[in-house]
Write a protein that binds this ligand. Structure first.
Ligand SMILES: O=C(O)[C@]1(O)C[C@H](CCCOc2ccccc2)[C@@H](O)[C@H](O)C1
Length: 148
């Protein structure tokens, strides 16, 4: 079965418990459940991974290269703005990915305006809350159906 991997970076395990005005009120489990349901309708297996540790995120990206994953949806969270290591891992596995941010990083503090990931992403969705993940998944499902 075709697989899509969703990767969530540090502190996203706190979704729904704090800062709902910035990141929404859905928990990560609720977001993932909705994505898994959407993928299942299309006959695709959705895998999800969250970590607060950069090395664990690098390891999970590397594993995606050999565990049947064909597309990655990633919210690198704070590592968006710092992690060359994660971007190098994405380049190494050479899987297409969409970068997602719940908040509009361009309307926030200046240190959030730069992403090390965006230049390599198929696309970037930010500021649309949890729906951003769903839009990224809709894109991925279409791409897997009709690879260029
Ligand atoms: O808007 C996004 O999705 C971010 O990736 C979220 C990151 C922060 C994730 C922290 O998530 C929390 C959720 C609830 C409570 C506290 C933090 C932030 O560092 C990025 O600049 C933008």
């Amino acid at each position: 079965m075709m697989q899509i991997l969703v990767i969530h970076g540090p502190n996203l395990n706190l979704l729904g418990t704090r800062e709902p005005g910035v990141y929404g009120s859905q928990t990560l489990a609720q977001i993932d459940a909705g994505l898994a349901e959407m993928a299942a309708v299309a006959g695709i297996e959705l895998k999800s991974f969250q970590s607060n540790h950069e090395g664990a995120l690098v390891d999970r990206i590397q594993a995606a290269g050999s565990d049947g994953c064909q597309f990655i949806i990633i919210n690198p969270a704070a590592y968006t703005h710092t992690s060359v290591a994660m971007v190098d891992a994405l380049a190494a596995v050479a899987l297409p990915f969409v970068e997602v941010h719940l908040s509009n990083i361009h309307k926030r503090e200046s240190f959030r305006h730069h992403s090390f990931f965006s230049a390599r992403a198929d696309g970037v969705i930010c500021g649309l809350g949890a729906q951003g993940y769903q839009l990224a998944l809709a894109y991925a499902l279409e791409k897997l159906k009709r690879p260029v």
